[in-house]
Design a binder for this molecule. Structure first.
Ligand SMILES: Nc1ncnc2c1ncn2[C@@H]1O[C@H](COP(=O)(O)OP(=O)(O)O)[C@@H](O)[C@H]1O
Ligand SMILES: [Mg+2]
Length: 309
């Protein structure tokens, strides 16, 4: 398994470089999405890569999509590098780089909406609630505290901002943008997915505080769940045994990294923008362990890379 910060030389058209993932065009109906081992914190991508992180994101997405198969149609064709290479022979020389971390996907027209489901009051939702008493413009009960459980869970859509932060928008704005029928479909699918995933996570001692889902329309018109799904990069997972409402909760995967960066900032060694400080080896390894642990906790098995050849 290679440690990978950048992907070089794939014989496909490069469509997009995300903070973590690289998106390539296979043809008119298929994409290749490669998750690198890059990690970001406070919106800055670190210079050090985290061993196994790309594989954790990819295999966790594949695992969740199997669990959710009865709830929703999705974009994943295969996350098995051998099968990807069989389907796209030009990738054969790149098999070692792709192994574990790549998804061959059905290509869609992406709805320009981040479908955020929140079961707990955290992040930008807590900020909005504190200042206005609302979530995505809709009133919530008074007197909620930070990290409190929301019953029922709320669909809190956001715009997909190209740069800067996504903006929470009212559900009516979604309907105005993509039509009533599609808006209702995305909301219902998001609710089903979150409810199922929250229960699965709870059975493993994890709280799925919130998650961001994306959907797209495939060429024949069907709506598919796309992108990464229920990964620690797209979701907030908390350790259920350490949960204390009324305060921010430690992030299961990135907390030591965030704490260390906060210390660097306080010590005046980092101004909070790129370039970030170099991460010590021990921090890189403990962060890697945490990603592997999230995978183990959620799926009940170790990440088995030999099987992913
Ligand atoms: N099946 C798909 N069809 C079309 N676009 C997709 C599909 N799956 C994922 N995407 C797009 O791939 C992009 C991944 O980039 P991005 O989210 O910026 O990466 P990162 O999460 O690493 O920062 C997103 O814009 C997402 O909408
Ligand atoms: Mg993304």
């Amino acid at each position: 398994m290679t440690l990978l910060a950048t992907v070089d030389g794939l014989p496909l058209r490069h469509l997009r470089r995300g903070k973590v993932r690289e998106v390539y065009e296979v043809d008119a109906t298929r994409l290749l999405i490669v998750a690198t081992d890059r990690v970001s914190a406070f919106d800055v991508v670190m210079r050090q890569a985290i061993p196994f992180k790309g594989a954790v994101l990819t295999q966790l997405t594949a695992w969740w999509l199997r669990v959710l198969e009865s709830e929703v149609e999705h974009h994943l064709v295969t996350a098995d590098a051998r099968r990807i290479v069989d389907a796209v022979p030009a990738l054969e020389p790149h098999l070692p780089v792709l192994r574990g971390r790549s998804m061959l996907c059905r290509r869609t027209d992406v709805f320009p909406i981040e479908c955020v489901m929140r079961g707990y009051l955290a992040g930008s939702a807590w900020k909005e609630y504190q200042s206005m008493g609302t979530l995505a413009g809709e009133p919530l009960p008074a007197g909620l505290v930070q990290s409190e459980r929301l019953d029922p869970p709320r669909f809190s859509p956001a715009t997909k901002a190209e740069s800067g932060h996504d903006e929470n928008i009212p559900r009516a704005a979604v309907a105005a943008q993509i039509g009533m029928e599609a808006a209702a479909m995305l909301e219902q699918a998001s609710q089903r997915i979150y409810t199922r995933a929250r229960d699965v996570a709870a059975a493993r001692g994890l709280i799925l505080a919130d998650t961001k889902l994306e959907f797209g329309r495939a060429s024949e018109g069907r709506v598919l769940l796309i992108d990464e799904v229920l990964t620690p990069d797209s979701s907030r997972y908390w350790d259920a045994t350490a949960y204390v409402p009324g305060a921010p909760q430690p992030s299961f995967d990135k907390q030591p990294l965030r704490d260390w960066l906060d210390d660097e900032r306080r010590a005046g060694r980092w101004d909070g923008d790129a370039p970030p400080p170099d991460l010590p080896d021990a921090l890189v390894l403990s962060t890697s362990e945490r990603y592997l642990d999230v995978f183990r906790r959620i799926t009940g098995t170790d990440l088995e890379l030999l099987e992913l050849s």
